[in-house]
Ligand binder design. Structure first.
Ligand code: FAD
Length: 462
């Protein structure tokens, strides 16, 4: 009996899964394999929130496979060694997996291909498992990738994605392939109290609810901080419990301005992946070098600490940073504001902020996180790298009633309306009630001037 291995990575689902479909074609047996990859932990990527969500995903994937007569095989160690070992134990002649874009994923794929070939086995890598359009499928005339989103989006929109595949009815797994116990969320410490539940079942439930009652208003409400009117599908897209191809089809099928605006966000995801695929170093180095001499030293460290703790004295910034800690997730507008505040108003290296986000975000993703940070810092693909977001004006605009701030900053819970965005202007009883809230750590005009000066000097000599 011919056997294939399916190596699951960031594609933890049964619906619309081209590697699983190809691996089981012609009635072949399949070993669905997940390796708890030592390389990922060594790179500091195995953080509690994502490990907890991952544990949910693996349990749910195993349950889905069991309903179909199979089960998930989990191993732990070096991913290449473990895949080769399982392929040998199962006498599999091929291994299927999803394409990925980071430098780490590239090295993993090259090593795996070589090691399998040495044993006479084949690696088959599938595109459009974790993206709608494959990185590299679209290129402008004079470059290997698009550096600006708008033209990329024009080409992206003209593509017809492949059809979405259903989940298999049955999966036949050969006997006798040992598996480690599935990890459990309960065994982990340091997990955010409000972390979402992982797994394909949760993803599909969330998708259904979003299509029924969120998508139609997305264009008007996606920046409404208090309304929480975005899909919250990002962790599911990150772990692949939801297929971006299926999502794009279903959203387009719903139609309307909400669908148009939402699909544009999915294109941003693909955009960042094609940038990272072409420039893997952008995960850690400026995409456009500006030769910044970012602030460092004691005062800078204190500012970073206040930013991390949500105690900058700017309510919308602090609310967003506290949401991040409590939920392992932050609203996109909050991400834009907190990143602009750190990199521009405080003039701190974008890598410091990106690392903190990766330590907490359940959807923390090399492509989306590092390239969005660079976009905000002005070292990435933003065509207006000098813009600085004002947290007071932005708070008044995107949290006009102040409910988002009051939800996350209890020191200001007694302050009514938009006045909550400028607590330093409060008087009398309001001021006394907010006394536990810190004063601003920086004057916005001073921060803006410092950043303008740094830019004008090519980022040097502060
Ligand atoms: P929705 O508004 O419902 O959007 C739907 C989907 O579109 C998202 O789930 C996401 O997959 C995609 N999307 C939306 N905006 C973007 C964007 N700017 N870039 C890429 N994809 C996008 N997103 C991550 O998935 N992981 C990260 O690590 C991450 N880090 C970020 C860091 C910063 C500084 C900024 C400014 C943005 C970051 N984003 C990241 C993008 C965006 O903030 C999140 O995808 C979004 O907030 C997730 O919430 P949602 O699913 O409700 O989004």
């Amino acid at each position: 009996m011919a056997v294939s291995v399916v190596l699951y990575t960031a594609d933890l689902r049964l619906h619309d899964h081209p590697p699983l479909r190809a691996a089981s074609a012609g009635g072949r047996q399949v070993v669905p394999l997940f390796v708890r990859d030592r390389g990922v932990s060594d790179a500091g990527f195995a953080v509690p929130n994502r490990l907890a969500f991952l544990a949910d995903c693996l349990r749910d994937l195993d349950a889905g496979l069991r309903e179909r007569g199979g089960h998930l095989v989990v191993r732990c160690g070096d991913v290449v060694e473990e895949v080769c070992r399982v392929a040998a134990e199962a006498d599999a002649d091929e291994v299927h997996m999803a394409a990925d874009v980071s430098g780490y994923a590239n090295r993993r794929e090259r090593r795996l291909r070589r090691a399998l070939a040495a044993d006479g086995r084949q690696l088959r890598v599938h595109d459009t498992v974790t993206t709608v359009v494959a990185p590299g499928a679209l290129t402008p005339a004079a470059s290997d990738h698009f550096a600006v989103f708008t033209p990329y989006f024009r080409h992206w929109s003209a593509q017809q994605p492949r059809d979405a595949l259903g989940a298999p009815r049955s999966v036949r797994v050969p006997d006798g392939i040992a598996s480690e116990r599935l990890p459990s969320r309960a065994a982990l410490s340091g997990v955010s109290a409000g972390l979402a539940v992982g797994g394909e079942a949760a993803a599909r439930k969330r998708l259904g609810a979003w299509l029924r009652s969120g998508l139609a208003q997305y264009a008007e409400r996606h920046d409404d901080l208090a309304g929480d009117a975005t899909s919250r599908l990002s962790p599911h897209l990150h772990f692949g419990t939801l297929s971006p191809v299926e999502l794009a089809h279903r959203v387009r099928g719903a139609g309307g301005s909400g669908a148009e605006a939402f699909v544009r966000q999915l294109a941003w995801r693909d955009f960042h992946r094609q940038v990272l695929a072409a420039r893997p170093a952008a995960a850690g180095a400026d995409y456009r070098t500006r030769h910044d001499r970012w602030r460092s030293g004691r005062a800078a460290e204190e500012d970073v600490e206040a930013w991390r703790a949500g105690r900058t004295g700017y309510p919308v910034i602090d609310a967003a940073m506290r949401q991040l800690r409590h939920e392992g997730w932050m609203h996109n507008r909050g991400r834009l504001l907190t990143a602009s505040f750190l990199t521009k108003t405080l003039y701190i290296d974008w890598r410091v902020g990106a690392r903190h986000f990766l330590d907490l975000l359940v959807d923390g993703d090399v492509a989306d996180n590092q390239l969005n940070w660079q976009w905000v810092a002005g070292t990435g693909t933003d065509t207006r790298p000098g813009r600085v977001l004002n947290p007071v004006a932005q708070g008044r605009r995107h949290d006009p009633g102040g409910a988002y701030v009051r939800r996350w900053v209890p020191e200001l819970a007694g302050v009514a309306g938009a006045a909550v965005h400028e607590p330093w202007k409060l008087r009398g009883a309001d001021r006394a009630g907010a006394s536990a809230y810190p004063d601003p750590i920086v004057d916005l005009a001073d921060g803006r001037a410092r950043f303008a000066q740094a830019r004008s000097q090519g980022g040097t000599a502060l």
